[in-house]
Design a protein around this ligand. Structure first.
Ligand code: UD1
Ligand code: CA
Length: 463
């Protein structure tokens, strides 16, 4: 019977040659987060202590990522999973309880599978309990060989006979061991041709044969143990992870119209009855309020979309879209923008570091930068805040209920007073007082007969 607390060892030293990457395999992200971090989070949730990470290729990058969340054992040269695990022995010298061993390339692990594994191990009093899964395509995994229904050994794909290769019960690569029997068995594992690697899976047969005992526990969810060795598998993991995030949102009362074209980062809060339309990407750090509608074709980065607001075919970065406000189609809110309740931006508008007051409209083709726009303002089509003089940015202030005619240039710093009007086509360089009309454009004159005279001079012809 195992006693004492649980330790964990995560193997993360192997380069991951099959990825054909300059980056260590376990640092490739799934759902925007390195695979190793997914594994580490599960290990922390289990309360495992100590948490040993075996590092080798790009060891510094792993240590930089995890910092004090783990202690580190170095493996060099990289001679296989048994060789890697043996490197952790000195760090576990004081440890008495079971040791959970995981690989850093299984980002979809569920806490429940790990808990079940540890529980089954503790109850059975064997040297090793390993997690298995029944998969449709076992390619690349170690196959589970049983005798009289009991775990007997694990055969790696390269060593499997054609008959063994057809077995669909695979080694998930997640194990719970008793430390004493583990390390003595590890020392007895020999190198395997052709590469001379030491396989961790070989301890299973050693323990079975010496009578320490080994058992298998199967996971009810084969997808959760997906091991990523190639870019194709990375994409499979990404897809599965994404669907998991979306299904969690659906369970909370969010409508996801087309999960196949919707990307939501983990940890994004989405309120009840919100609707996410197809072709939408919602990145980390976003929050979507109840009843809000996002998409189709929305891209949100660190954006807050409040209750009942809508964002259609637009990009919103580092901005807040207030309750019932509307963005798009075809608009870009850049960092520092706040739309107050019921405000409207778009079609075709760019707004940067600007506050647009309650119920104000920027409905067509405008650029607002470094501006404060009051309530109930109408910003006409083509209005531009001329905020940049080539060296510095300057602010524009537009008072409540002001009306900016089409195609106005507001040369900042400048202020348009409360209730003031700006005539269409104006270039405003001085403040417009409250209630005034600001006109800043050349007066129109008509030159009678001009067209006829122009063509006469050319000696006829034309118009
Ligand atoms: C391994 C198992 C296989 C199992 C599969 C589950 C062995 C021999 N095989 O195969 O039975 O079905 O995982 O996904 O264990 N690593 C090191 N040092 C090394 C080699 C590897 O730390 O010298 C680390 C890697 O960084 C990786 C993990 O161990 O995180 C697994 O190595 P990998 O080469 O991916 O093993 P698989 O071939 O997938
Ligand atoms: Ca693997």
């Amino acid at each position: 019977m195992a006693e004492g607390s649980l330790a964990a060892v995560v193997l993360a030293a192997g380069q991951g040659v099959r990825m054909r990457s300059n980056l260590l395999k376990v640092l490739h992200p799934v759902g925007g987060k390195p695979m190793l971090l997914h594994v580490m989070e599960r290990v922390e949730e289990l309360g495992a202590d100590p948490r040993v990470v075996v590092v080798g290729f790009q060891a510094e990058r792993v240590e930089e990522l995890l910092g004090g969340r783990a202690v580190y054992a170095r493996q060099s040269p990289l001679l296989g999973t048994a060789h890697a695990l043996l490197r952790a022995e000195p760090l576990l010298a004081e440890h008495r309880g079971p040791v959970l061993v995981l690989y850093g390339d299984t980002p979809l692990l569920r806490l429940k599978d790990l808990e079940d594994l540890v529980r089954a191990h503790t109850a059975a009093g064997v040297g090793c309990t390993l997690l298995t899964a029944e998969v449709d395509d076992p390619t690349g995994y170690g196959r589970i060989l049983r005798r009289d229904g009991r775990l007997w050994r694990v055969v790696e794909e390269a060593d499997a006979s054609p008959e063994e290769a057809r077995i669909r019960e695979i080694n998930a690569g997640i194990y719970c061991f008793e430390p004493g029997p583990l390390f003595s068995a590890l020392r007895r594992v020999g190198p395997r041709p052709p590469k001379g690697e030491y396989y961790l899976v070989d301890v299973v047969q050693i323990m079975v044969e010496e009578g320490t005992g080994a058992q298998a526990v199967s996971s009810s969810n084969p997808e959760a143990v997906l091991g990523v060795n190639t870019r194709r598998e990375l994409a499979r993991a990404e897809r599965a992870f994404r669907l998991r995030v979306l299904e969690d949102l659906m369970d909370q009362g969010v409508t996801v119209v087309d999960p196949g074209t919707t990307f939501v980062a983990a940890g994004v809060e989405v309120g009840r009855d919100a609707v996410i339309h197809p072709f939408s990407v919602i990145g980390a750090g976003c929050r979507i309020g109840p009843g809000a509608e996002v998409g189709p074709y929305a891209c949100l980065v660190e954006a807050v979309v409040e209750e009942g607001a809508r964002v259609v075919a637009s990009v919103v970065e580092g901005s807040r879209v207030g309750p019932g406000a509307r963005v798009g189609p075809y608009s870009h809110l850049r960092p520092g923008t706040v739309l107050e309740a019921g405000a409207r931006v778009g079609n075709f508008a760019e707004v940067k570091n600007t506050r647009v007051g309650r119920g104000s409209k920027v409905p067509h083709h405008s650029y607002l930068g470094d501006a404060v726009v009051g309530e109930g303002v109408n910003v006409g089509a083509g209005t531009v805040t001329v905020n940049y003089d080539g060296e510095r940015k300057h602010p524009t202030t537009i008072g409540d209920e002001a009306f900016i005619g089409c195609n106005a240039n507001l040369i900042a710093p400048v202020e348009v007073g409360k209730g003031a009007y700006v005539a269409a086509g104006s270039t405003i360089t001085r403040p417009v007082p409250p209630g005034a009309l600001g006109v800043g454009r050349a007066r129109q004159r008509n030159v009678e007969g001009w067209v006829g005279r122009r063509f006469d001079r050319r000696g006829g012809g034309g118009r």
